[in-house]
Design a binder for this molecule. Structure first.
Ligand code: DGJ
Length: 681
């Protein structure tokens, strides 16, 4: 069956994925409407779907049409996806259909306004083997217009007995807390007005009828590929119609111009519960979003948590030697290697090695790191400037500000306006030179403040596009370069940044106990192979919590393991134990980074080919409390699985029905790693 089919008699398009269908139709007066988003349909079944009901104008009821992009024309009362103010002051778009294009898995439905020379293209893309539907919108106008809102897509749900919303919220060092609430009747807005994706909310939603679990039930979800301000508005009307519209920008911003293209807002219907939805998102992100997801992410060491701003050639070399001893594969020098940067008060913008700390430049350290058998990585924060810097003294006008108002300093820094081509060009040039002139294998691109005083909207979008373009050009010019996205921890975690980076720094909070929930939230949409996680010191520098080394390792092993502890202060015994656990991680790494993830109760399971890895955790033990076996998921019931460490053999059906008692060694903060291999019949 082809991915996209057009039924000219009924004026409807069917997108078909391995397990789902998405069907769009036009009403008699050309309003594009969602006819079906759910299980896969045959052409005959798609043809049998009721057509889009005629648009019903009413003072008291809704239009009755599940619109693909809600405008504010006529008798419409929902949150508008598309708000245009034309030169003569008219508002609203009255749809007129002008045609469509189908190319491979890409459908473009062409629309225009009936009165003004504005064309709107609704884009849909599906790919063989993947259930995710990508959608975005393009606008072309013959005359300048003001765009007050231009969402990528509106998604409509079928009638359900109830509606429950799942989303992630949080804060700095507390990202990705999953919340599940009944979707209230009315409007629910999830948004970032901070110019970055944000720690407070992440641009994805999942909605179910209130009955889905990790491994069962229907879930409708969507995720936005954008790393700046964004807004998703969910609506549930008193009469039961439910859906959401989302895209870049927040309310109150506007753009002047004649042409726009929005980011992708991808959607997924899954009948495999939240876990099934997550696994499909992971596959989509790995196969169609991340640039080099087929690689295994190496194990890096970063001394930020250990030494903060106190870096120097000799001390970093000593750290590098210990990192190599424990098994690190990349050594990353974090903040404070450049300009006058000895604290967060100065130096951002002056991107040359600090002459006192690196009297012979970076090369001696890089050579030593390479001699130790590791790759070299470097921290940068290209979008920022400290007022106390040569760059700011030379270009005080380059920062985002409002004339006549005090410039908002956050962490003593100001934001460079990358929507200005000369500023973005400056950044691209020094980054390109830095990577060209040094043997740098890896960049950690940080962004430690939010946008303030950004004005109406062009800057908010232009800046993010410029960041994307610099990253894209750097990658094209330096194909070996790998990049970590960071924004004060996980403030820039989204599909947009993942399309041009290799991993995301998940959170500045490395406390293993807190990380369990942060990582749980991360993996709702994003894959473990992009989730950077370090083992650091105990007590944890942020939370003060004491957690055993094995627990810290096991939690970080659930993603891309890295090390960030103050290694010179680790005992010989700790260094040896760390080296052993690093070796174990390297063994399970393909399964964790490339396998299928099942979230179990207080455990995560990864499956790849014949291998199964389970990382199980118990935060608090209680004397005499019976151990509760862990039921594994997605195994072959008829197969036998051998425990690679103990040699014990288990039947698949028993592992999933009775479960396995994790061999927890102690009471509080106990953890266990189980490696199973499916035996050949
Ligand atoms: C915030 C990051 O999340 C940290 O890992 C570290 O790179 C600091 N910035 C450096 O200033």
């Amino acid at each position: 069956m082809s991915l996209i089919a057009f039924d000219p008699a009924r004026r409807r398009w069917s997108l078909t994925t391995p397990r789902t269908s998405y069907v769009i139709g036009l009403t008699d007066d050309d309003v594009p409407a969602c006819l079906h988003w759910g299980p896969r349909l045959t052409p005959e079944q798609a043809a049998a779907l009721p057509g889009a009901v005629p648009f019903r104008a009413s003072s008291f009821d809704e239009s009755g049409v599940a619109e693909e992009l809600l405008t504010e024309a006529g008798a419409r009362y929902g949150a508008a996806s598309l708000q245009i103010r034309f030169a003569n002051g008219d508002t609203g778009v009255e749809w007129q259909h002008t045609g469509h294009e189908i190319e491979d898995g890409h459908l473009t439905i062409l629309m225009r306004d009936r009165a003004h020379p504005v064309e709107v293209a609704l884009h849909y893309r599906v790919r063989a083997g993947c259930d995710v539907v990508e959608r975005w919108t393009e606008i072309r106008s013959e005359e300048p217009v003001t765009l007050l809102r231009c969402d990528s897509a509106a998604w409509n749900l079928p009638p359900l007995p109830g509606y429950r919303l799942s989303h992630a919220s949080g804060g700095w060092a507390a990202e990705n807390s999953v919340r599940r609430v009944e979707l209230p009747v009315g409007e629910t807005v999830l948004t970032s007005r901070r110019g970055i994706t944000s720690h407070q909310a992440n641009p994805w939603v999942m909605v179910d009828a209130g009955e889905a679990g990790e491994e069962h039930g229907e879930v409708w979800s969507a995720a936005l590929a954008w790393s700046g301000s964004w807004r998703v508005t969910l609506g549930r009307t008193p009469s039961g119609r439910t859906g959401w519209t989302g895209g870049f920008g927040h309310e109150g911003v506007s753009w002047q111009g004649t042409a726009w293209s929005t980011p992708v807002f991808a959607g997924l219907y899954s009948d495999g519960g939240f876990g099934g939805a997550s696994r499909t998102w992971h596959r989509y992100v790995n196969e169609h979003v991340r640039p080099a997801a087929g690689e295994l992410r190496p194990l890096l060491y970063n001394s930020w948590e250990a030494v903060g701003f106190h870096v120097g050639e000799e001390s970093q070399k000593r750290m590098a030697a210990l990192a190599a001893r424990v098994g690190a594969e990349v050594f990353v020098m974090d903040d404070a290697w450049f300009g006058g940067r000895t604290s967060d008060r100065a130096g951002l913008g002056d991107w040359w090695p600090n002459p006192e700390r690196f009297p012979h430049g970076l090369t001696p350290l890089i050579e030593e790191v390479h001699r130790l058998g590791m790759k070299f990585g470097l921290w940068v924060e290209p979008e920022m400037v400290n007022p106390d810097s040569d760059l700011y003294r030379e270009h005080p006008d380059w920062v985002v500000h409002m004339p006549g108002r005090p410039r908002t300093e956050l962490r003593h820094q100001l934001l460079l306006d990358f929507s200005r081509p000369e500023v973005a060009d400056w950044a691209h040039k020094w980054l390109h030179r830095l990577v060209s002139e040094h043997a740098i294998d890896f960049l950690k691109w940080d962004c430690n403040r939010t946008f303030t005083q950004a004005g109406p909207g062009d800057l908010l979008v232009g800046h993010v596009r410029a960041v994307y373009s610099i990253l894209d050009r750097l990658r094209a010019d330096h194909p070996h370069l790998r990049v970590e996205a960071c924004s004060g921890g996980g403030g820039r975690t989204d599909l947009g940044i993942m399309a041009r980076t290799d991993q995301v720094w998940t959170s500045d909070n490395t406390d293993a106990a807190d990380r369990l929930s942060i990582q749980h939230g991360f993996t709702q949409i994003y894959p473990a192979g992009a989730m950077a996680a370090w083992v650091t010191d105990s007590p944890n520098p942020i939370t003060g919590r004491r957690v055993p080394l094995a627990f810290r390792f096991h939690v970080a092993m659930a993603g891309v393991l890295g090390l960030g502890g103050d290694l010179p202060n680790w005992s010989e015994r700790e260094l040896d134990e760390a080296a052993e656990l690093v070796a174990v991680y390297k063994d399970i790494r393909p399964v964790v980074q490339h396998g299928e993830l099942h979230r179990l109760r207080e455990a995560v399971q990864y499956t790849l080919g014949d291998r199964v890895v389970v990382l199980a955790f118990r935060r608090r033990g209680a004397f005499g409390a019976p151990g509760v076996p862990l039921r594994l998921s997605g195994l072959d019931p008829d197969a036998r699985y051998r425990d690679e460490d103990t040699g014990a053999v288990h039947h698949g059906v028993l592992l999933t029905s009775r479960g396995l008692l994790p061999p927890f060694p102690s009471d509080d903060y106990a953890s266990a790693l189980i490696r199973l291999r499916k035996e050949q019949p």
